[in-house]
Ligand binder design. Structure first.
Ligand code: ATP
Ligand code: MG
Length: 435
């Protein structure tokens, strides 16, 4: 069996963890405080986007420094009892003075926060209080209200997306080791599509390597790798040109994007494609029904309902189109997705700031955004001691601070201005489908 390259090339030493140097440094200082017997905080919470080295750093450190790593995945547990049994025993019955040193890694802590059983979080809190060994928690999004108590007890260590250039050079090294010839154009396309997620970049490279030992632009084109939008357009053609529900429904197979995103594509293109008003009315009626199902699916997590939403939004539209339009009518990129894409970074920063404010001030994120955010932004714009105190109090990162104050980061990029939709849609980014 082929070994997944993500595992084969997982860093074995801390120095092999690329990018995120601040996070690595913070982690090393925290571990050093444990080794001196005076931990600054008993647990560390490593957080940030997927595939950027959070788990890898903990594993590399343990391997390099001779720790036993007890690794558990929090979202697998259904009950508080299980959390207590697993984390509790790992943390309590081992000490740094034992035969081998031990570090406990609890992955996907945010998974536990979303679960019905509310006892998981107090159980983790209990483990943090009692632990005799370093406890490393990992989460993608640590800002939910339910994680507030845990956050306060942890050394918070933020990981960010990995820079495109570093992803490219990492892929280049793997190519050399695997005897793979890959043009810079290809590496750039993979890095761009990865959106700063090194894991997905390595997986893509390994998938492309199956084609042969030489990969260039034409291989990418042949695989339809570069132009994601092309796949979407052919699915749209299938919806608008099918004569039967079954044929139109088949367009959702291997679509490579969330089906509710595909819904947006269909919805935005219906008015141009169905020129007859009666046809249009009927198609919109089917889409409205599909939308009701999507609301239910999201609210109640009833994924089974997709089998009703999918034929309604595809087949319903197809059979509504009784008049065929003259000539080819161009498909357009949905406005809503375009807007979401253009404002993605802004929204991420705003969400992160309002969650921090909400947690510190014991209010909802919504209220924090409406009632406090404008004042915080005003104070930060005017600098001074209060601005400094508030930055510390809310534990704002550099990028959050510079966003709110409207000032560029030192040596870094300028503030993200109010989001404006771009004129022409970027066509190659993975984020376009998942914005
Ligand atoms: N900073 C990095 N340095 C070196 N390799 C990395 C780095 N980030 C990711 N990788 C590669 O990607 C794989 C996945 O990384 P890792 O498991 O550390 O991601 P993660 O940040 O924990 O993601 P998730 O939030 O999905 O758990 C690793 O096995 C490694 O091959
Ligand atoms: Mg991980």
């Amino acid at each position: 069996m082929t070994v997944p390259w993500v595992e084969k090339y997982r860093p074995k030493r801390v120095s092999e963890v690329i990018d995120n140097k601040e996070a690595v440094q913070a982690f090393l200082s925290w571990m050093a405080s444990w080794e001196k017997g005076k931990p600054s905080k008993k647990a560390a919470l490593l957080y940030g986007p997927a595939g950027v080295g959070k788990t890898s750093l903990a594993i590399a450190y343990a391997t390099e420094k001779g720790y036993d790593l007890v690794e558990v995945n929090a979202s697998d547990w259904r009950t508080a009892e299980k959390v207590k049994a697993v984390v509790g025993s790992a943390c309590e019955y081992a000490t740094l003075n034992g035969m081998r040193k031990r570090v406990v890694l609890v992955d996907e802590v945010d998974g536990i926060a979303g679960q019905e059983d509310a006892g998981g979080i107090p159980a983790i809190k209990d483990a943090i209080e009692k632990t005799k060994v370093p406890l490393v928690l990992v989460a993608n999004n640590p800002w939910s209200q339910r994680l507030a108590t845990i956050r306060d007890m942890c050394e918070m260590i933020e990981f960010k997306h990995i820079h495109k250039q570093l992803i490219m050079s990492h892929l280049r090294k793997i190519c050399a080791l695997e005897g793979l010839e890959c043009s810079d154009e290809v590496l750039k396309a993979i890095a761009e599509r990865s959106n700063g997620d090194l894991r997905s970049a390595i997986n893509d490279l390994q998938a492309l390597a199956m084609v042969g030992p030489r990969i260039d632009g034409s291989t990418l084109a042949a695989l339809g790798y570069r132009d994601r939008v092309k796949e979407i357009f052919s699915a749209l053609v299938q919806v608008f040109q099918s004569k039967t529900i079954k044929d139109a429904w088949a367009s959702t197979e291997n679509i490579g994007m969330d089906i509710d995103n595909f819904f947006n594509w269909i919805l935005d293109n219906v008015p141009q494609q169905l020129t007859d008003l009666t046809d249009l009315e009927q198609a919109m009626d089917f889409l409205a029904r599909a939308d009701l199902y999507f609301t239910k699916i999201k609210k109640m997590q009833r994924w089974g309902l997709l089998r009703y939403a999918a034929p309604l939004m595809t087949g319903g539209v197809a059979i509504s189109k009784k008049k065929t339009s003259k000539g080819f009518v161009k498909f357009s990129f949905p406005q809503r997705i375009r807007m979401l894409q253009a404002t993605k970074r802004d929204r991420e920063i705003m969400n992160s700031v309002t969650s921090k404010m909400a947690s510190k001030c014991h209010m909802s994120s919504y209220k924090a955004g409406i009632e406090m955010l404008p004042f915080l932004s005003f104070i930060l714009k005017n600098d001074g001691d209060v601005a400094k105190d508030l930055t510390e109090f809310f534990e704002l990162s550099e990028s959050e601070k510079s966003y709110l104050s409207g000032k560029p980061r030192e040596g870094g990029e300028a503030r993200v201005k109010a989001a404006k939709p771009k004129k022409s849609p970027p066509t190659r980014r993975r984020s376009e489908a998942s914005a």
